[in-house]
Design a protein around this ligand. Structure first.
Ligand SMILES: [Zn+2]
Length: 169
């Protein structure tokens, strides 16, 4: 396995729309394993293939404390959503940045596993946030897109400052 490098905003490659996965082979399984390793190494709770510059509809999530509840969704599509929630989101492509985003409380998705088998997955609360956040990445969308222009520019200034501090540390 290997840790992949994560694209950071405003890298224009984060705006790429991912293509559906059509080949479910050993390479795909290896890629999923690498995505988990990358996400765990970065202490993230979710990662979309877009963020590691692979433009295919693959996302991984693990929101458990013990890091033992891996979820892989391939070619995920939301088939139903319900309610609303505000949750403070972060993103591995925006190190040190957090912002409140309003999303559906519950989502039901249709997806495939790494063997190409169809399944339906239902998530609620923070897990539903993660599913929607990672699915957005595959459309080239990032969480700051939901913020007002003023809030977004304040946050992006903070991100820039954080980056300069990290570079000089
Ligand atoms: Zn993200």
């Amino acid at each position: 396995m290997s840790v992949l490098s994560i694209l950071e905003f405003p890298d224009p490659r984060l705006r790429t729309r991912a293509a559906p996965v059509s080949v479910f082979d050993a390479n795909l399984k290896q890629f999923v394993a690498d995505m988990f390793e990358t996400m765990y190494a970065a202490n993230g709770v979710g990662l979309a293939a877009t963020q590691v510059n692979v433009h295919q509809r693959v996302l991984v999530i693990d929101m458990s404390e013990e890091r033992n509840q891996p979820l892989v969704l391939i070619n995920a599509e939301i088939v139903a959503k319900d309610g609303a929630q505000v949750y403070q989101e972060g993103c591995l492509s925006f190190p040190g940045l957090y912002a409140d985003v309003t999303r559906a409380l519950k989502v039901k998705v249709k997806a495939q596993d790494p063997d190409g088998k169809d399944f339906v997955y239902e998530a609620e609360g923070p897990l539903a946030v993660a599913v929607q956040h990672e699915m957005d990445h595959l459309e080239g969308k990032v969480f700051v897109d939901y913020l007002s222009p003023l809030k977004r520019s304040l946050l992006l200034k903070r991100l820039e400052k954080h980056r300069k501090q990290a570079a000089s540390a």
